[in-house]
Design a protein around this ligand. Sequence first.
Ligand code: AMP
Length: 234
Amino acid sequence: MGLYIILMGVQGAGKGEQAKFIQQAYGIPQVSTGDLFRALKTREDDFARRVQATMAAGQLIDDATTNQIVVERLAQPDAAGGVIFDGYPRNEVQAQFLADYLRQQGQTINAVILLELDVFVAFKRAFGRVTAADGSSYNYYYKTDGVQFRFEDHPDKLYPPRLVATLPDGTTLLRRPDDASAAAIIKRIDTYLSETMPLLPFFEKHGMLYRVDASRSLAEVSADIGTLLERVRH
Ligand code: AMP
């Protein structure tokens, strides 16, 4: 039997880090439908162009197309032992399709892991986060470790002002462009709430939903996920 995990969580809940942990511990790849669609950028055919236009308009791709791209991805050799789904399923039609498809393959959705985090904490984790060139990360609200943080006026006087972080040697630290805008973070939190919440009753009804407290350290959250996956794997 493979291991099929759906990972859900608001931005800042540590979804990327926990996906890495699961990937390393169980040797299954992360499948992000957003990434699969973005990869079509290099294609010039009508289908790829239609997908690009829909994404550019900020709309969801239709369910049939989305399910098809997932089926094709699952057929690749590295997915033979299962996958971690990220950004899929996004509605009940997709969730039902996936459950039925896996059943036909003699497989099942082993667990839907919801990384639960208070949305105000989620905001601070994303907005306050900066990364150094060596990959170490700091946070204005939670982990300064000698890094100097200051707010600078935005050139267009937009609110909030920019958060700028520098190391003691004067090096400026990097912020992910999607973390730098407070409005963009709020929009993503809002999208998460409106897209994810409606799916929970479906997963709960099928006994697949596992809630994990994501306010703790990465290691503690990984330990919980490890225990949970050992349980559902058998
Ligand atoms: P994401 O990176 O997950 O935010 O996805 C980026 C874009 O890809 C979305 O705005 C949609 O246009 C498309 N997309 C990704 N996953 C799905 C899905 N499960 N259903 C429909 N559209 C999707």
